[in-house]
Design a protein around this ligand. Structure first.
Ligand SMILES: C[S@@+](CC[C@H](N)C(=O)[O-])C[C@H]1O[C@@H](n2cnc3c(N)ncnc32)[C@H](O)[C@@H]1O
Length: 210
């Protein structure tokens, strides 16, 4: 697993993390594959913060999307690593749950005639380069309905353990999304990983599309 390349924040800031690199990371179980939904996603759901149609961006093995489907939501979930989408589909099938999984690049995702009420980005944004962030926020705007909510969970700059993706500050979140989204709240949270059972320090931001 090329964790070194994956972990260099300045390289990610310049180049992002390619589908090929993620594909390599998925050859073994990557650290974010915890075999259950992220507790932060469970918490958001139990607080009633998901509504309408949901898009899960960078869904990995689908644990969060499958959890939301189990709660009765209509969920579309995308990832640009085809083999992880195949795994997510078989995970959903094994649990007899229906999720609309698609293998595609979030920066280019433009399903005709479809838009979403709630978007979930659980540990995807912090893998984008500076340039990709600009493309991403435009794509999310196009994919969402007016007043749609985006729940963004990303590593915080307060996390000082070495390794993993970019760290993100509250200011960076506001700068990236500020033109088209209102930042309703940002609060500290934890993102669980197999290398950090207590979780990495993260932000959970709630944004509303204008
Ligand atoms: C750190 S993992 C998080 C997976 C999942 N959301 C979770 O929390 O378990 C980031 C995921 O985003 C996907 N990803 C990164 N960039 C992407 C892009 N441009 N389009 C689609 N998926 C992307 C990766 O393949 C990976 O599965």
């Amino acid at each position: 697993m090329d964790l070194i390349r994956y972990a260099e924040a300045e390289v990610i800031a310049r180049d992002g993390v390619s589908a090929a690199t993620f594909g390599d990371l998925y050859r073994e179980a990557p650290p974010w594959e915890i075999g259950r939904p992220q507790p932060e996603v469970v918490r958001l759901e139990s607080a009633g913060l998901f509504r309408g149609t949901i898009l899960d961006i960078g869904c990995g093995t689908g644990e969060n999307a499958i959890f939301l489907a189990s709660k009765g939501y209509q969920v579309c979930a995308i990832d640009f690593v085809p083999q992880v989408i195949a795994l997510a589909r078989s995970n959903a099938r094994a649990r007899n749950l229906s999720v609309d999984f698609a293998s595609c690049d979030a920066l280019e995702f433009a399903p005709e005639g479809r838009s979403f009420d709630t978007l979930l980005d659980c540990a995807t944004f912090h893998t984008f380069s500076d340039r990709q962030r600009v493309a991403y926020t435009k794509t999310l705007y196009a994919l969402s309905r007016p007043n749609a909510r985006l729940h963004l969970i990303c590593f915080s700059e307060l996390e000082d353990r070495v390794g993993g993706p970019r760290r993100v500050s509250i200011r960076e979140i506001a700068n990236a999304f500020g033109e088209q989204w209102d930042v309703l709240s940002v609060r500290p949270s934890r993102y669980l990983a197999t290398w950090a059972a207590d979780g990495m320090r993260a932000w959970t931001a709630e944004l509303q599309r204008r």
